[in-house]
Design a protein around this ligand. Structure first.
Ligand code: ZN
Length: 296
């Protein structure tokens, strides 16, 4: 009898897979990602990764980097569309749920915090923001993951925020997106312009006490994230915002907390660092699939 779920997180550098039955991990596997090296063969790589698991499985739950549309995945970096859903259905012959990896991370945070009792007696709404090379996110509204057919919803990095001085152009084509001001890439790019040499994101933080211009860039990033969180509060009424990612949990975190505290009371939220859990994105994909299966 088929009763396991195969849950996979397709990231830019690693692909992790778990075989899960009734919330218990039966097996786990990990390989280097082919998203940036051999995208066309991604489905075959996933199929090989799961060899020996498929016969005993009843569902495939995927978290994938990129813009997860209803019938394809858009990979901005490769400027390519991949009909991954159709390819996986043909190879695995299993029902499939697929969400963006930041959405899966949001789902995982929501589920772990829910198990800790955070939402007891409260609306089950949570906004998750990840700040690393880019800025991404996921929104849980009233216990449901917010999704859209074009896969663009909750791309929180492309919310524009007030910015004083010269407008900062984002790669999406608009000015003053959060991603263009607060991402690791943005900090490094802007610092490199100011100091007229290549400056890494880590160096921006290392220089913040000795070079005032670096402290200003970090403050700018914190202001952009604070504005994003205040906007998210106005859209969703969330009481909790989780801010993760390598840059999100850095010195930026407490700066954003300080700036949030200065906002009017209606914009106040509790800012949390992510609950740590092994393979959190894989679990997010799994928990999402279980909730979707219950709806059928
Ligand atoms: Zn943008």
């Amino acid at each position: 009898m088929k009763k396991s779920t195969i849950a996979i997180d397709v990231g830019g550098t690693k692909i992790s897979a778990l075989l899960i039955e009734d919330g218990v991990v039966l097996a786990r596997r990990k390989i280097d990602s082919v998203v940036h090296t051999n995208l066309a063969a991604l489905a075959e790589h996933l199929y090989e990764l799961c060899s020996g698991w498929i016969e005993s499985s009843e569902h495939l739950a995927i978290a994938c980097t990129g813009q997860v549309r209803s019938d394809s995945i858009g990979f901005l970096s490769a400027k390519q569309q991949l009909p991954l859903q159709r390819q996986l259905k043909q190879l695995f012959n299993l029902p499939l749920t697929i969400i963006n990896d930041a959405a899966a991370a949001a789902y995982a945070q929501f589920e772990m915090l829910k198990r800790e009792g955070l939402f007891a007696g409260k609306t089950e709404t949570l906004v998750y923001i990840t700040v690393s090379t880019g800025v991404g996110g996921g929104i849980m509204q009233n216990g449901q993951l917010v999704t859209s057919d074009d896969g663009f919803c909750a791309h929180l990095g492309h919310v524009t925020v007030p910015h004083y001085g010269k407008p900062v152009r984002c790669h999406c084509g608009r000015d003053n997106c959060v991603e263009a001001i607060a991402s690791g890439t943005a900090l490094s790019t802007r610092a490199s312009e100011v100091l007229a040499r290549t400056v890494s994101t880590a160096e921006v933080f290392a220089l913040k006490d000795s070079v005032p211009a670096m402290a200003e860039l970090i403050d700018d990033a914190a202001s952009a994230l604070t504005a994003l969180i205040a906007n998210a509060k106005a859209w969703t009424g969330c009481q909790y915002v989780v801010m993760g990612g390598t840059v999100g949990v850095s010195d930026l975190f407490s700066l954003v907390q300080q700036k949030l505290a200065l906002l009017p009371a209606i914009y106040q939220v509790t800012l949390l660092k992510p609950v740590q859990g092994a393979d959190a994105d894989v679990w997010g994909a799994y928990w999402y699939s279980q909730a979707e299966l219950k709806k059928v």
